[in-house]
Design a protein around this ligand. Sequence first.
Ligand code: CP
Ligand code: NVA
Length: 303
Amino acid sequence: MKKDFLSILDISKEQLVQILKEAKQLKTDKKKGKVNDILRGKNLAMIFEKSSTRTHISFEVGMNELGGHALFLNARDMQIWRGEEIRDTARAASRYVSGLMIRAYKHSTIEEFARHATIPVINGLSDLEHPCQLLADIMTIQEHFGSTRDLKVAWVGDGNNVCNSLILSTVLTGMEVTVSTPKGYEPASDIVKKAKTMGGKITLVRKPERAVKDAEVIITDTWISMGDDDEREERLRVFARYTIDAALLKLASPDARVLHCLPAHRGQEIADEVMEGGQSLVWDEAENRLHAQKALLIRLLGK
Ligand code: CP
Ligand code: NVA
């Protein structure tokens, strides 16, 4: 296992299988009330430059449930916000805690932390990737469909951080992903190239109808990611035809399921009828953040 988890491709196929197996066991144990304190005495520092509900709660609860502890650190209250160098913060923090989870605007910030920290660093979302989200998404898909192999997956909306991690994950899962975005909002071209070179099956299209046709899984996310707020009006206009509503869902496989990492904006990227409908897996997906990350934490911080 690599020291850090900055990208979904920082783990191998075999490690993903192991993490998901462990996550499933942890989920079963939790339902039975069985306690597992494998991370007793370990502390995870969680640095947030941006808002969070799920990532904050699931990492904090995850550490507590494993017998450890998590510290919530708003970056604005830290010396880095006043100009302390990342390398100094990373080295000092490494003397106190067993791991660092960071949510940052720039991916390079998290990379710099990882370069200088002597403890594992986890990407809790950057402008480039959201790998922890993908662990939960893959777990949810596997739970529902039994396997991810050759599954037809459609991404509808912005080619953002979650989309980039989904694209890279095809290398590990064998899922076939068709991404539909408006012009100018495609996923990062080097990410698409990397996934394709490594055997990932990725198709980029314009129209959501094309991506969704016969898809077994449909995934979307906000049109306005954290950091994009000043483009709000423009984005609402450009993405107007990219809503996953009942009509679009009808084009997919009749057994298709819908994922959304949340927070959702009903009436924008997803219609209320789809969020609340029988084909939505969003609450299992949110729950699985906890189990998947606990398995990841055990791998990275355990002995
Ligand atoms: N999906 C996700 O990362 O949610 P939060 O922004 O609430 O952490
Ligand atoms: N793409 C979204 C994901 C939020 C969990 C963002 O970066 O804001």
